[in-house]
Design a protein around this ligand. Structure first.
Ligand code: 9MJ
Length: 677
């Protein structure tokens, strides 16, 4: 045997064992040891070797089956029609290859019609209905036999227990994905963490763990949803002859189907659909890991048939992975505006969620303990949408012998003051206050930021220098800076200095809400600052308000009221405010008029593209009438404004019976209330 062949044989055995181990952790224990991208890499490596040495393919190879063997906790269900998985495409060339193979087999030069479906990241399930009644539900398992999860599936509200409509076939099998929406996942993990219980790595894992609960009362409390994507009946003549038609039929029986689904004629349109969906990925309320293209015509599907693991008529085009493995090289402690000391993991740079990440927040010391993290560990990094990168799991099996404990600092890394942790609070804080340069820098950064006073040109770099050189101690000092002062700084030219002084001067007449937000009072974000400005009209009225008066404002409870009062009671804050006034800063008063309350107490949602204004403008105009503008639709939403190409939010509004307004309707409403800009 050649050396090359024997080393390939060894590598294949090692890969089989490793992949099987990952399969077991993923499918049986719901506790993966590596992210999907790493698993895919190993799987592909094995596939490539098996293609090169077909005589070495073991019958037990994970490439020869669809998933993992079923656990013994649930009864086995043998699938009458195997539940196959999908072949993956990782780039545009692989998609074009797929389309070429499809057209070759169909012996056509014409563009093929494909259905494009978001690829939900959940668990595939099969549901059997007899005489329209749900009789059995099963997981995919290894594709040939899965687990009987009927009791658990029955707790999911979007699964019909009986099919709707008059023309229901005697026997139907509907397949689809059970998943956990992002908001539900975050809520569940928050609750689990508060109870000190183990959290889930991602929504897919949370869905799997919830669906495979022994007690269906636990499943019932988990926010699961189901979306259908295929159907099988004994007598196929009762179904339409396209995949899209079948899904409409399934929808009419009472199933949810994906509102983002669309048809593409030929591979060019498939690629456009891929790009459009990738752009929308972050704003979808659920996680997707790609887009699935399926040949629409069922006759063509039959002619194409299957290979061992997957249909030849479908492909899953994968999106960039949102989870990756990397190494924690160090843990450092950063001091924020309110003195909060946050551990930050310094990472070996890793490409995740479409960007290179080299830092991830660890939130607080409790989180480090919960993760069981040491320096040198290999970790899962997750970056989904625009959310900041998180360390979600430590891979215990990859811990090096010289891994180091993370030591809780006793003193502030920026000013050396004691770090204190109030009982019952998870956050540790530097006690240095404005003596601490880190807190001063953060306070100034916040004051100058876009949503606050929006001082152009005053970036992080200059703030660091101004504080370090003692030119600026408080935000009021900014207004005393002269171009001559600035020009003494390295790399500050005459023009930049003049521009910066002008930008600072231009910020001296802020809207009241921006000024309140800019002060950086704990837990007073943009929305609360707007409510406070609208309610009190002047800063003086806000400063004079007692706790009871503060709590009259929407969103302000006892804790926020306490933070506001203690902020204005601090002598150094009063000094800074007086100083700002002395420097000519004048915050505008807000007129507390009837107009401001036309939509008071209502929550509105914007979706799609508006022609006559940007979304931010529409938001500001609705807020000027007292409305709150939220990102997702619920039963409590007062109204949804749907611009062009509105997607799932519009569908959800319609299904919940929430009123919908188009752009013209919005413009008329704003005119009625005298809001023109
Ligand atoms: C998901 N996961 O959303 C399929 N899938 O079709 C969609 N999965 C599939 N289709 C055949 N939309 C096998 C799996």
């Amino acid at each position: 045997m050649s050396d090359k062949r024997s080393s390939a044989e060894q590598r294949m055995a090692a890969l089989r064992e490793e992949i099987e181990d990952h399969n077991h952790r993923y499918y049986v224990l719901d506790d993966p040891q590596v992210p999907d991208a790493e698993y895919d890499r190993l799987f592909r490596e094995l596939q490539v070797l098996e293609r090169e040495y077909p005589e070495l393919v073991a019958a037990s190879s994970p490439t020869q089956r669809v998933g993992a063997a079923a656990d013994t906790s649930f009864a086995e269900v043998v699938h009458r029609i195997p539940m196959l998985s999908l072949d993956n495409a990782f780039n545009e060339d692989e998609l074009r290859d797929f389309d070429r193979r499809v057209r070759e087999r169909l012996a056509t030069e014409e563009p093929v019609c494909y259905v494009c479906e978001p690829k939900l990241d959940g668990l595939a399930v099969s549901l059997h209905y007899e005489a329209g009644v749900l009789v059995r539900a099963a997981t995919r398992g290894d594709g040939f036999a899965g687990e009987d999860i009927t009791a658990n599936i029955r707790t999911i509200r979007s699964v019909p227990l009986t099919l709707r409509g008059a023309q229901v076939p005697a026997m139907v099998e509907v397949r689809g994905e059970v998943y956990m929406p992002k908001a539900g996942f975050e809520g569940l993990n928050k609750t689990l963490a508060e109870r000190g219980e183990k959290t889930f790595v991602n929504p897919r894992n949370a869905a799997a763990g919830s669906l495979r609960q022994k007690k269906s009362t636990v499943t019932a409390k988990r926010p699961l949803e189901m979306c259908a994507y295929s159907v099988a009946v004994e007598d196929e003549s009762v179904l339409p002859n396209t995949h899209a038609g079948c899904l409409e039929q399934v929808h009419s029986w009472g199933f949810r189907i994906n509102p983002e689904m669309r048809l593409a004629h030929g591979v060019e349109e498939c690629w456009q659909a891929y790009e459009a969906l990738l752009n929308k990925r972050a704003e979808l309320p659920y996680e997707i890991d790609g887009i699935v293209f399926k040949v629409n015509d069922l006759g063509q599907q039959r002619r194409l048939g299957f290979v061992s693991r997957a249909p030849r008529w479908a492909v899953a085009q994968k999106f960039p992975a949102e989870e990756m493995l990397t190494i924690v090289e160090d843990v450092e402690f950063q001091v924020g505006r309110t003195g909060a000391v946050t551990p930050v993991a310094r990472l070996q740079p890793v490409f995740v969620g479409g960007v290179t990440v080299s830092n991830a927040t660890l939130h607080n010391m409790d989180e480090i303990e919960r993760l069981g993290l040491k320096i040198g560990d290999t970790v899962f990094i997750r970056r989904a949408g625009d959310v900041i990168p998180q360390v979600v799991k430590v891979v215990d099996s990859k811990r090096p012998a010289d891994a180091r404990e993370v030591v809780r600092p006793a003193h502030c890394p920026a000013c050396g003051s004691d770090i204190v942790q109030i009982e019952g609070e998870v956050v540790a804080r530097c006690s240095g206050g404005l003596f601490c340069p880190a807190q001063r820098k953060e306070a100034i950064r916040h004051y100058a930021s876009r949503k606050a006073l929006d001082i152009e040109g005053l970036g992080d770099k200059w703030i660091d220098i101004l504080v370090e050189q003692n030119l600026v101690k408080t935000v009021a000092d900014l207004y005393r800076l002269t171009a001559a002062d600035l020009m003494k700084l390295e790399r500050m030219g005459e023009k930049s200095a003049a521009n910066l002084v002008a930008a600072i001067a231009a910020s001296a007449h802020p809207q009241l809400w921006r000024f309140i937000y800019a002060l950086g009072i704990r837990e007073v974000g943009e929305a609360t600052a707007k409510s406070l400005a609208r309610h009190f009209g002047t800063l003086e009225a806000l400063m004079a308000a007692d706790e009871e008066a503060l709590q009259q404002v929407a969103d302000v409870g006892p804790i926020v009221a306490g933070h506001i009062q203690s902020f204005f009671q601090q002598p150094h804050n009063q000094e800074t405010l007086n100083d700002l006034k002395a420097c000519g800063v004048v915050w505008q008063t807000e007129t507390v008029t009837e107009q401001a309350s036309a939509l008071a107490g209502q929550t509105w949602v914007l979706t799609g593209t508006l022609q006559s204004m940007t979304r931010d403008e529409a938001k500001a105009r609705l807020e000027s009438l007292g409305a709150k503008v939220a990102g997702s639709v619920s039963k409590k939403t007062a109204c949804v404004v749907a611009g062009e190409a509105a997607g799932s939010k519009l569908t959800r509004a319609e299904s919940l019976g929430v009123p919908v307004l188009n752009e013209q309707g919005l413009t008329e409403l704003l005119h009625q209330h005298g809001v023109t800009e």
